[in-house]
Design a protein around this ligand. Structure first.
Ligand SMILES: Nc1nc2c(c(=O)[nH]1)N[C@H]1C(S)=C(S)[C@@H](COP(=O)(O)OP(=O)(O)OC[C@H]3O[C@@H](n4cnc5c(=O)[nH]c(N)nc54)[C@H](O)[C@@H]3O)O[C@H]1N2
Ligand SMILES: Nc1nc2c(c(=O)[nH]1)N[C@H]1C(S)=C(S)[C@@H](COP(=O)(O)OP(=O)(O)OC[C@H]3O[C@@H](n4cnc5c(=O)[nH]c(N)nc54)[C@H](O)[C@@H]3O)O[C@H]1N2
Ligand code: SF4
Ligand SMILES: [Mo]
Length: 875
């Protein structure tokens, strides 16, 4: 049911692990007004641009609206019976390990709990893994080694209270924007606070850093080993009651620092700042986790906090920030192949038995299952014969993505539950099950600081979409386990999860929310965000201040981390590709790609290349590069920048077969994994780069969806239609026929040709309104994209448009920096140059940029730093 207009619902953002509270108010016409929840402890009213744009992504465009079997629409009963029967039959013939679930940190806790219960307790296999394997697995493994449990000890406020905040492999400004805003505000309020960024790239996060260490990729363990060795040398070891202390220090002493690529004075500055005050928080993310020594990197960081006793107290501690909205909740329910519910140990027969008793499970798994990379290998060789993919897009996001896609295509029986009809993964499914999306579903998520918040239903389900927990429970019932999956409402699942946590708590687990074991539906509906644990033993707060851990001995465990040898590079693949995120896109863009304002920040896949590399390769700005690895190819727009180092280009992960088929970055990434966590090393793919021999470049806009026909294309949403960047090796014989096919239009276009310059401009006009236009040139098309986009659907646009350059009265905005008020980079640069704007606030006052959600303030600061002649640029 849809709530009447003007009823404001308190819910939680759909995107990152900051877990911001959102106020959603239905407008009565299917739309939603979105605001930050001033009472939510994570954000206190703030939202970043992705959160603020949530209302633009809830339409039914592109949604999967009904179940389908082999491409034909089917009823729920037929589809669910088929899934249940196929899984049952496969298990009967080939055993429980012949089936698998691959799930997601974007599921709600209740969905996740049900999937895990079905696989580990009823099917009787450990073969459920999740995209958190690609994300948090090294942190989980590191925590378990050091603490004996997967626990984030601290709270967000520690980041604000600290004297020194170190960000390791984290682009916080773009990936955890509201947490970054909290940090930036704290630093402004306390000018003595210091921020250190450790990242091979100079990201926008570095713009508030006092010290940026452009570390050699992979050398983080070496740097933290140096720190541990210095801690020992300065006699600063506080907690001597640790396992493995001497061995860890001895191993650390072997590190000399050469591998880090940093100058001795940079290292000295880092050591001094880290050791100057007890109030240090070390935040880390994918630059740490996604490495072939990711778990060692994590433990090298944890070692330093353990040894100095800087853990569990206000303003200090290691802080692994989670990526997805419910990455943490997935860990709590035990959704990884090698974990068990409620932080119990899957390798411990006593723990398995306790869970089995609680679930009254007929066939408990006897141990861990296959981790993601191995799971898809097992699919490839036909060992896994029935696969259910829920809420993730592995044909894009897994390393060796082409190979993974081929494996899925070959599998006997593939079910995909998604909210969207067309993704690179849904394309490969036999059965498609439509799930309710954000705003339509009810449940809980846990953020990076262990805070559990409600996501609440605000909108009616799209079409026949059903909640993920419901879909999985229906399959469980139809496989013969009616009672175990008999819930009517997610509150009942949450209560069961909480009751199981009481069992776990009694066995010594830190994850205990047994206060909620008897919660009613009304309690659930009114539930306020809370920190776990919530039990008679402990409520909220930090962990480990008392020096007691969850290891057998009760002591914290130091790990001897050996410095990694530099990896050999093969001569044919001399570059190391770093990969990651951009500010306004979310992963494979199935949701963020629907918002025109989010699309405009970065509208196509790109390769950030150091100027020296670009010169060596003969690649000019905005040309196209062909990138190749041992596993696949890509074609990407060249962005020449000294923000990356020589030899270490960077490319974002967001483009797919739907939006830019040659931009699928994981086609290039090898499936090399950390030996302990099984997490892929997604940030260092050996690649070769060369020029893409473009015969022509193009840019197109269209009011209706278009189908580009060329070697390179990248599509983006506009407010009145779509835009596409195009290029190809060879030109079509007949441009007019080509464009008619591409736009699906019948009428004759207006054509302007400049044969001498090889330029062609072509516009389709109907009833005086522009329907579509194509611009072709022998070099990258230099025209104002925003100007052409604005002409779409408008009258009286042609003469100026076919001239191809914006009129002087309508200056080009350039790339959108402030998505809230539509302020482009060129407007800001003009403001700096002609209005003498010197601070972020002055830009805000003059141009409004940066005055709403604040996500672009780091970029505004960067533009000021780069374009104001002296160092007066400041916030
Ligand atoms: N806008 C946006 N925000 C997101 C997401 C999104 O898709 N879009 N996704 C969410 C998810 S799931 C996640 S996991 C988080 C990820 O959040 P982050 O981890 O902050 O993001 P990334 O861009 O993947 O990588 C972070 C940085 O690691 C650096 N790096 C690479 N190699 C190394 C290395 O060897 N050492 C060090 N120290 N650094 C290195 C990269 O240069 C990069 O700047 O973001 C979340 N937030
Ligand atoms: N090279 C490289 N690769 C990476 C990374 C990297 O940094 N570099 N990062 C890795 C990381 S950290 C992550 S987290 C992954 C992310 O990778 P994925 O999980 O594959 O990315 P998403 O696009 O978020 O996929 C989510 C899918 O679920 C659908 N969906 C959304 N909401 C719902 C829902 O409520 N129910 C259901 N059933 N479906 C829903 C969406 O439409 C989408 O198809 O990528 C990983 N891959
Ligand atoms: S920081 Fe942005 S994306 Fe992350 S939860 Fe908050 S509003 Fe959502
Ligand atoms: Mo992630």
């Amino acid at each position: 049911m849809t709530h009447p207009a003007s009823t404001t619902i308190r819910t939680t953002c759909a995107y990152c692990g900051v877990g911001c509270g959102v106020l959603a108010t239905p407008d009565g016409k299917g739309g939603l007004a979105i605001a930050g929840d001033p009472d939510h402890p994570a954000n206190r009213g703030r939202l970043c641009v992705k959160g603020a744009a949530l209302g633009e992504t809830i339409g039914h465009e592109g949604r999967l609206l009904a179940p389908s079997i082999d491409g034909r629409e089917a009823g729920w009963d037929e589809a669910l019976d088929l899934v249940a029967n196929q899984f049952s039959r496969t298990i009967a013939e080939h055993g429980p390990d012949s089936v698998a679930f691959y799930v997601s940190g974007q599921l709600l806790t209740e969905d996740y709990y049900v999937a895990n219960k079905l696989m580990k307790g009823f099917i009787g296999s450990g073969n459920i893994d999740t995209n958190s394997r690609l994300c948090m697995a090294s942190s989980v493994a590191g925590h378990r080694r050091a603490f004996g449990t997967d626990t984030v000890p601290g709270l967000y406020e520690d980041i604000e209270l600290a004297d020194t905040v170190v960000l390791v492999g984290s682009n916080l400004a773009w990936c955890h924007p509201v947490l970054f805003q909290r940090l930036a505000a704290a630093r402004e309020a306390r000018p003595d606070m210091r921020v250190i960024v450790i990242d091979p790239r100079r990201t926008v996060t570095c713009d508030i850093a006092d010290l940026h260490l452009e570390i050699e990729p992979g050398a983080d363990a070496e740097l933290f080993n140096l720190l541990l060795s210095e801690i020992a040398a300065r006699g600063m070891i506080r907690d001597r009651d640790l396992e493995g202390l001497d061995e860890a220090v001895a191993a650390a002493r072997l590190s000399k620092g050469a591998r880090t690529g940093l100058r001795p004075e940079q290292i000295a500055a880092f050591l001094d700042l880290w050791l100057a005050s007890d109030k240090v928080v070390t935040v880390y993310s994918q630059g740490v986790n996604q490495s072939d020594n990711g778990t060692d990197k994590v433990n090298a960081i944890l070692n330093c906090h353990l040894a100095t006793g800087r853990i569990g107290h206000p303003a200090m501690g290691p802080f692994s920030v989670t990526g997805q909205p419910n990455a943490m909740g997935g860990r709590e329910v035990g959704g990884l192949a090698n974990t068990l519910a409620c932080h119990l140990d899957i390798d411990d027969p006593g723990h398995r038995h306790a869970v089995q008793e609680f679930w009254r499970a007929p066939r408990m798994t006897v141990g861990p299952g296959l981790k993601a990379v191995d799971m898809f290998r097992a699919v490839e060789i036909g060992k896994i014969k029935a696969l259910w993919i829920i809420c993730t897009n592995p044909a894009v996001s897994m390393p060796e993505a082409d190979r993974v896609a081929r494996a899925i295509a070959k599998c006997d029986f593939v079910v995909v539950s998604d909210i969207m009809a067309r993704t690179d993964t849904t394309r490969l499914a036999h059965v498609l099950l439509p799930a309710t999306g954000w705003g339509e579903k009810d449940g809980t998520v846990t953020n990076s600081e262990r805070r559990i918040s409600r996501q609440r239903r605000v909108l009616a389900p799209a079409g026949q979409a059903r909640d993920d927990w419901w879909i999985i429970s229906q399959v469980g019932r139809r496989m013969g386990w009616y009672k175990a999956f008999a819930w009517d409402d997610p509150s009942e699942i949450f209560a069961e999860h909480a009751a199981l946590s009481a069992v776990a708590g009694a066995l010594g687990s830190d994850f205990d929310i047994s206060d909620h074991a008897r919660l009613s539906r009304t309690d659930y509906d009114g539930m306020e965000p809370f920190l776990w644990p919530q039990s008679p033993r402990k409520r909220g707060g930090r962990f480990f201040a008392d020096g007691r851990y969850h290891t057998q001995s009760g002591k914290g465990r130091m790990i001897a981390v050996s410095s990694q040898e530099p990896r050999a590079t093969a001569a044919e693949y001399p570059y190391r590709l770093n990969t990651g995120r951009v500010r306004d896109h979310w992963h494979s863009m199935t949701r963020s790609g629907l918002s025109p304002r989010l699309a405009r920040h970065m509208a196509e896949p790109f390769l950030e290349l150091h100027p020296m590399d670009a010169t060596r390769l003969g690649l000019g700005p905005a040309t196209l590069a062909e990138v190749e690895s041992a596993h696949g190819q890509a074609v990407l727009r060249v962005l020449v920048t000294d923000r990356v180092q020589q030899g270490h280009p960077f490319a974002p992960i967001h483009w797919t077969g739907e939006t830019a088929p040659t931009g699928r970055i994981d086609a290039l990434v090898p499936a090399v994994t950390d030996p302990l966590s099984g997490q892929p090393a997604s940030k260092s793919a050996p690649i070769a780069i060369r020029q893409f021999a473009a015969g022509w470049y193009g840019f197109a806009v269209s009011a209706a969806p278009m189908c580009p026909i060329c070697d390179y294309w990248a599509l983006a949403t506009l407010s009145g239609g779509y835009q596409a960047e195009l290029a190809s090796r060879h030109a079509p014989e007949d441009w007019i026929a080509h464009s008619k096919r591409m736009f699906g239009l019948e009428g004759e276009p207006l054509v302007v040709k400049d044969l001498r310059r090889g330029v062609l401009r072509l516009a389709f006009i109907e009833d005086g309104r522009l329907q579509a236009a194509l611009f072709v040139a022998p070099e990258p098309v230099g025209l104002s994209r925003s100007h052409v986009a604005a002409a779409l659907g408008s009258e009286d646009c042609t003469p100026d448009l076919l001239a191809g350059y914006p009129g002087a009265d309508r200056p080009d905005e350039g790339a959108l920096v402030c998505a809230c008020f539509g302020v482009g980079v060129n407007t800001i640069l003009r403001g700096i140059a002609t209005q003498g704007l010197l601070t972020v606030d002055e830009i805000g006052a003059a141009l409004r940029a940066g005055t709403n959600c604040g996500s672009c303030r780091p970029e505004l600061r960067a533009l000021l730093t780069a374009n104001v002649s002296n160092d007066i640029a400041a916030e």
